[in-house]
Design a protein around this ligand. Structure first.
Ligand code: HEC
Ligand code: HEC
Length: 246
């Protein structure tokens, strides 16, 4: 290579690097806005890959955080709420992508991600009006919730929620409750955690539609029961802990 060519070759190499999109960021690490068209599945998947996959798993499931690739969940969460979660984060553990310091996504990208999740992973035939509401109502009774828990959850989590050997773990452990938001608990009551399967429980944690051991196969939790059992889970957080965990 001649000396004269060197600088322009370097510039060319740098240009190629930049033009290639630099997509070697660790998944989950927010990056500055990616300038691109957001109208195809590939664009959606790229945004998801760079920003969300590290925690929510490839194709929206089997990551450490809740599965997002769930048509019932996606029909339930309002689009504006989904956008707000991506913008501002959720609970103690999920960062916000629309604001400093993590940042990384501008409003059109956040809207494209939310729309892409609903479009590519959702099922438009599900009428959200037939599902229990996504948000926890203001009125709920933790004492009634404890009774619901002992009827439909105790067979796996133990009567007091502290777990059953060889079945499912504790849902009343304060260290756990400190790490999750109230809505995360409600979302689990609503749509389960089918990703958290164990050899004994290949279905993981069932959602509000069951199945629940010892109950009729068509047993479905009512809106009231969902609210009450969520309130009971939340009530197990110590009052000191609650301040930090909202
Ligand atoms: C650093 C890990 C991490 C990253 C990255 C991340 N999330 Fe999350 N996400 C979580 C955790 C943990 C929760 C549960 C938080 C809680 O509510 O306690 C969560 C919750 C959510 C929820 C709400 C779930 C509910 O209960 O309704 C949505 C929606 C969501 N994430 C979407 C996304 C999207 C979209 C991205 C990418 C832009 C993303 N997340 C990136 C960890 C992450
Ligand atoms: C068929 C058994 C089974 C039943 C019934 C069941 N769960 Fe679970 N649940 C699991 C398994 C398995 C896990 C994941 C492994 C673990 O946490 O030990 C889990 C995990 C959870 C978690 C933790 C999710 C996380 O953030 O990691 C919560 C909260 C929970 N269950 C609440 C409930 C409630 C409330 C009910 C009753 C409405 C219920 N479960 C009924 C099996 C069950």
């Amino acid at each position: 290579m001649s000396r004269r060519c060197m600088p322009s070759c370097l510039v060319l190499a740098l240009f190629c690097l930049v033009a290639s999109g630099c997509d070697w960021h660790l998944p989950g690490k927010p990056v500055r806005p990616i300038a691109e068209k957001l109208d195809s599945r590939a664009d959606f998947e790229r945004l998801y890959f760079v920003n969300c996959l590290g925690c929510h798993g490839p194709d929206g499931r089997t990551g450490p955080a809740r599965p997002l690739n769930d048509p019932l969940y996606l029909a339930s969460i309002p689009t504006a709420t989904l956008e707000a979660v991506i913008h501002s984060g959720h609970g103690p553990l999920m960062p916000g992508f629309g604001e400093a310091p993590s940042g990384g996504l501008d409003e059109p990208q956040i809207a494209a991600l939310a729309a892409g999740m609903k479009h590519f992973w959702g099922d438009p035939s599900i009428d959200s009006g037939t599902l229990p509401p996504y948000a926890q109502p203001a009125e709920a009774d933790p004492v009634a919730g404890q009774a619901v828990f002992s009827t439909v959850c105790a067979s796996c989590h133990g009567a007091d929620g502290s777990g059953l050997e060889g079945m499912a773990g504790s849902v009343v452990d304060n260290d756990y409750l400190l790490l999750v938001s109230d809505q995360a608990l409600r979302s689990t009551v609503l749509f389960g955690r089918t990703d958290l399967m164990t050899p004994k429980m290949p279905g993981g944690c069932p959602g509000y539609r069951g199945p629940f051991e010892g109950q009729p196969s068509d047993r479905v939790l009512t809106d009231r029961e969902i609210a009450d059992v969520t309130a009971w889970l939340v009530s197990n957080r110590s009052s000191y802990a609650r301040e930090g965990a909202r």
